[in-house]
Unconditional design. Structure first.
Length: 210
């Protein structure tokens, strides 16, 4: 049996990752692919509890604690859900993964991409994404989209503009280091165009339609 593919969606808050994930799940299933959507931080009960901690605006969480909490949530998700799914041939579509920590904690929090990569490699072991769709949007526009949501802003979303500028710059650095895996998609386009662009970036991984 072939191992499933691990596809991740990345980008700053308000880039439209959740909308793209919903569209992609339907499009991939329509092509006969067995695919499960998951999100980070969360996806399994222990990781959902860590999510509640890490995004709570009422709690003091230092930068290093934050990086370790995201990595801990990720380790549990990999062990409990991602690895078993991939091993049985199921694809996993993941809303955020290791690159979120490299960009937000490595770049945004200025812990450094290499330091954050080290703890995350310990957490994920061999579960590397086969392809990463990076939704890019002007940070100001992303922020106004996430600020227009009805729910309260989480602890990370309350950060200042320079935090998101550093996060965007780190995402771009990651993309330029690994353009084969990380494909950029202009998130300012209409959702249907974003979905078509994403399918184009996955074309070589998709089964032959015949
Ligand atoms: P979400 O809004 O995509 O559900 O993610 C919650 C917040 O967590 C979001 O502001 C981005 C942040 N985040 C990190 O800072 N590092 C990470 O590794 C992950 C997965 C999310």
């Amino acid at each position: 049996m072939n191992r499933g593919r691990l596809i991740t969606i990345e980008g700053i808050d308000g880039a439209g990752k959740t909308t793209l994930a919903a569209g992609l799940i339907d499009a991939l299933r329509a092509r006969g692919i067995d695919v499960i959507p998951l999100r980070e931080p969360g996806g399994v009960p222990t990781a959902e509890r860590i999510r509640d901690l890490v995004i709570d605006p009422e709690l003091p969480v230092s930068a290093r604690t934050e990086a370790l909490l995201y990595a801990a949530a990720r380790a549990q998700l990999v062990e409990e859900a991602i690895e078993p799914l991939l091993a049985r041939g199921t694809w996993v579509l993941l809303d955020r993964f290791i690159d979120s920590s490299l960009a937000y904690q490595g770049g945004g929090r200025q812990l450094g991409i290499d330091a954050v990569r080290a703890i995350n490699e310990f957490a994920i072991r061999t579960a590397c994404p086969d392809r990463t769709l990076l939704l890019t949007i002007d940070p100001g526009r992303g922020r106004s989209r996430s600020h227009s949501r009805t729910r309260e802003l989480d602890r990370l979303e309350r950060e200042q503009d320079d935090f998101f500028e550093r996060t965007v710059a780190a995402y771009e650095e990651l993309r330029s280091q690994d353009p084969q895996r990380i494909r950029q998609i202009d998130a300012a386009q209409a959702p249907e165009q974003v979905l078509q662009a994403a399918l184009g970036e996955l074309a070589d991984l998709l089964p032959d339609p015949s």
